[in-house]
Design a protein around this ligand. Structure first.
Ligand code: KIV
Length: 277
């Protein structure tokens, strides 16, 4: 990759009709591998809570946990545009608190932008954070932090009213100067229409091929998280069984005294008998 992409480059990609790629990362090693593959943006998603920290939802994730992992991702991927996901209740209480927390992602973790969930109710927050100098990515459709209010983890925008609502949320977030929008679990034709109506890029997850880019949770793409795999996910590898097989092989060899063998041990240049007095 040449230099680090900026939010301006991401927007220009839409203008050129170039598809934008984004994946989640939560630590330095994965971030480095994904950067080497030339993915355009890394999202330190609050999916961290489910795929790494073992929570049942994204709701318990704290700002300190996000900053800790976002810093690790930055250390692993110095050349990629990194977006830090604002966790539940880090931007809802007041505008000053939202601006302060967005700033933490840049100052303490080295992120380039933040993402936050919500429609028209968060437009003032998006605007305040952008004014303070932090680029913001919006996120509408299925918003996991408030899935309970949406009736669970369900596809959004299937009827006329909710489809029109999503379109007006998207336009509102664009007017609030979000540089891009995640569209999660929206019927493909609606996501395509929203993408055509907006000047800023849409990044789809479960929203079909008509979006300007795509994002996936890396653990899903790699087949590493077996608890729940949404139907829109394509797993490009099935690492969970491979990881378990490798761990079983290690356990067997240690138990049988076959690991470590000579080729995985250090030799000594003096006779061992000389060591005892
Ligand atoms: O937290 C996350 O990983 C996300 C993506 C699913 C868009 O918000």
């Amino acid at each position: 990759m040449a230099g680090k992409l900026t939010v301006v480059d991401i927007r220009a990609m839409k203008g050129r009709g170039e598809k934008i790629t984004m994946l989640t990362a939560y630590d330095a090693s994965f971030a480095a591998l994904i950067e080497d593959a030339g993915i355009d943006m890394l999202l330190v998603g609050d999916s961290l809570g489910m795929v790494v920290l073992g929570y049942d939802s994204t709701v318990p994730v704290t700002m300190d946990e996000m900053i800790h992992h976002a810093g690790a991702v930055r250390r692993g991927a110095s050349r990629t545009l990194i977006v830090g996901d604002m966790p539940f209740m880090s931007y809802q209480v007041s505008l000053p608190e939202a601006v302060h927390n967005a700033g933490r992602f840049m100052k303490e973790a080295g992120c380039d932008a933040v993402k936050l969930e919500g429609g028209l109710e968060v437009c003032a927050t998006v605007s305040a954070i952008v004014k303070a100098g932090v680029p913001v990515m919006g996120h509408i459709g299925l918003t996991p932090q408030t899935a309970g209010q949406l009736g669970g983890y369900k596809v959004q925008g299937r009827d006329l009213e909710s489809a029109r609502n999503l379109l007006s949320m998207a336009k509102g977030l664009q007017d609030a100067r979000a540089f891009a929008l995640v569209l999660e679990c929206i019927p493909a034709p609606l996501a395509e229409l929203i993408s055509q109506e907006l000047a800023v890029p849409t990044i789809g997850i479960g929203a079909g091929a008509g979006c300007d880019g795509q994002v996936l949770v890396t653990h899903d793409l790699l087949g590493m998280f077996e608890k729940f795999v949404p139907s829109f996910v394509k797993s490009y590898a099935r690492l969970a069984p491979q990881i378990k097989d490798a761990v079983l092989a290690y356990k067997r060899e240690v138990r049988e005294g076959r690991y470590p063998d000579e080729s995985h041990s250090f030799k000594m240049s003096l006779p061992i008998a000389d060591i005892l007095p």
